[in-house]
Design a binder for this molecule. Structure first.
Ligand code: GRF
Length: 186
C-alpha cells in the first residue's frame, strides 16, 4: 500500500482534488496542518482520512517515525528546515512558472506585472523557498481583459488537474511520456 502525507495550512482544495483522484486506488493518506482551524482538516474528516494538527515546531517529532512514499505540500505556508526535509522526499505546488514569483501572492504578482504567460509548477522541496528541482510546469496565457479572479480560478483548475497526476506518476510510473502528455493538455 502506498502512503502519502499531505501538509496544508488553509483551504485544502488541492488536497480534495488529490483525494478524489485516488479514491478507488490503493493509496493511504494522512493529512497534517499547522493551523488548528484550517479547512483542510475538515475536508480530511469528510473523507474519513486521519488528520492531525501539528504545530510547526513539532513537525520533526511527528514525522520522524512515520513511513510514507513522500510528503505532499498543498498550501503549507511554512518553510521546512533541513532536518525535516531529510526525513522524506517532499513535493510542492506553486502557482507561477518558477523561478518567477516565488513566495506569497504569486498569481497576483504575475497579473499585476502584466505577464502574458503564467502557470503552475510542481517541484521537489529544498531548504530555499520554491526553489527545488522542477518536476512539471503547466503554462497559461493571460488573455487581454482577463480579471484577476478569472486568472486565479484557471490557475486552481490547472493545479487540481496536474497535482494528482504528478503524484500518480511519482508513485506508479516510470514512463516520462505520461508527464509530457499531461503538459500538452493545457
Ligand atoms: C495553491 O494555490 C498552491 O499553489 C499554493 O497554495 C495554494 C493552496 O490552495 N501553494 P489550497 O489550500 O489547496 O486550496
Amino acid at each position: 500500500m502506498k502512503k502519502i502525507i499531505v501538509f496544508g495550512s488553509g483551504d485544502g482544495s488541492n488536497f480534495e482534488a488529490i483525494i478524489n483522484y485516488f479514491i478507488n486506488k490503493d493509496v493511504e493518506f494522512i493529512c497534517v496542518s499547522d493551523k488548528k482551524e484550517a479547512f483542510i482538516l475538515e475536508r480530511a474528516a469528510k473523507f474519513g482520512i486521519k488528520a492531525f494538527y501539528v504545530p510547526y515546531s513539532e513537525t520533526y517529532d511527528f514525522l520522524k517515525d512515520k513511513e510514507c512514499d513522500f510528503v505532499v505540500l498543498a498550501g503549507y505556508m511554512r518553510i521546512l528546515p533541513k532536518e525535516v526535509l531529510e526525513l522524506h522526499t517532499f513535493i510542492n505546488i506553486h502557482p507561477s512558472l518558477l523561478p518567477k514569483y516565488k513566495g506569497k501572492d504569486a498569481i497576483k504578482k504575475a497579473y499585476e506585472n502584466k505577464e502574458k504567460i503564467t502557470g503552475v509548477t510542481v517541484h521537489y522541496v529544498s531548504e530555499e523557498i520554491d526553489s527545488g528541482e522542477i518536476i512539471l510546469q503547466s503554462s497559461l496565457i493571460i488573455e487581454n481583459n482577463m480579471k484577476l479572479e478569472e486568472l486565479e480560478e484557471k490557475i486552481h483548475e490547472i493545479e487540481h488537474y496536474i497535482y494528482p497526476k504528478v503524484i500518480d506518476y511519482l508513485l506508479f510510473t516510470t514512463d516520462i511520456g505520461s508527464l509530457v502528455n499531461l503538459t500538452a493538455e493545457f
